[in-house]
Design a protein around this ligand. Sequence first.
Ligand SMILES: C[S@@+](CC[C@H](N)C(=O)[O-])C[C@H]1O[C@@H](n2cnc3c(N)ncnc32)[C@H](O)[C@@H]1O
Length: 250
Amino acid sequence: MTSKILLQNKQSWNRVAHHFNGVDALPHYGPFAQKEDELNLFEDVKGKKVLDIGCGSGHSLRYMSNKEAAELWGVDLSETQLDAARQTLKNMKTHLYCGAMEEDVGLPVSYFDVVYSIYAIGWTTNLSETFKLISSYLKPGGYFIFSWDHPLYVHLKSNQGQIYLEGSYQDEGSVTYQRFKGEDAPMTIPKRKLSTYINELIKAGFTIDTVVESDVPSDLESMEEEISDKYYSLYKARKFPSTMIIKAKK
Ligand SMILES: C[S@@+](CC[C@H](N)C(=O)[O-])C[C@H]1O[C@@H](n2cnc3c(N)ncnc32)[C@H](O)[C@@H]1O
């Protein structure tokens, strides 16, 4: 791993991993977004070989095991996250790799029926290489599903319920935060437009099947909420999608 950003993010993820045990995992696609039970994007995974990109604490892989997937594979940048995943998945046969999604870590090629990534893909420092690698892991006809913050969401700020745009959606690049989850854990997060995700999928040879701009899940529809300026809130999610979810076929 040669990239300074990857090395820095890896160290920081090791430090903040404990905040993410079981957070952002299937059947959830993201904060205040519909769940898989409502969207049914995965079809039937029984007997399928699945690969989780940025598998974190392993809770999405456990969901796949409960749905009787045949093989459980995962890759993550952080050893600490993978230690948590081994705990979550103890007694289950797994294949867990520590490495960056944008690098070839030796995963088998043309092998998987399903590759997915829940709230991790946006961390990649090289989206085109990541999508090319993911395409290579899939069998022809296999599919890839990922969720991430809706790319405009990071620009939506709220002041006493008045929502406004901060910064420029037009400018891609990356943002470095010196602290993450209240810890001394510098993280650099790339910033991309929705069209960049879609165009890079197409360039990697995928056919887009479904694009979801999330809405509040049905179980929260009738819930009363107060005005909130929090980064994620029901108040904001009723007005703008918190999460994008894309399903693409090889
Ligand atoms: C919010 S967590 C994902 C949660 C996880 N998908 C789940 O289902 O429980 C984001 C994960 O992405 C991982 N990550 C960040 N950058 C990465 C990279 N370049 N390659 C692989 N994993 C990365 C982090 O270590 C972290 O575990």
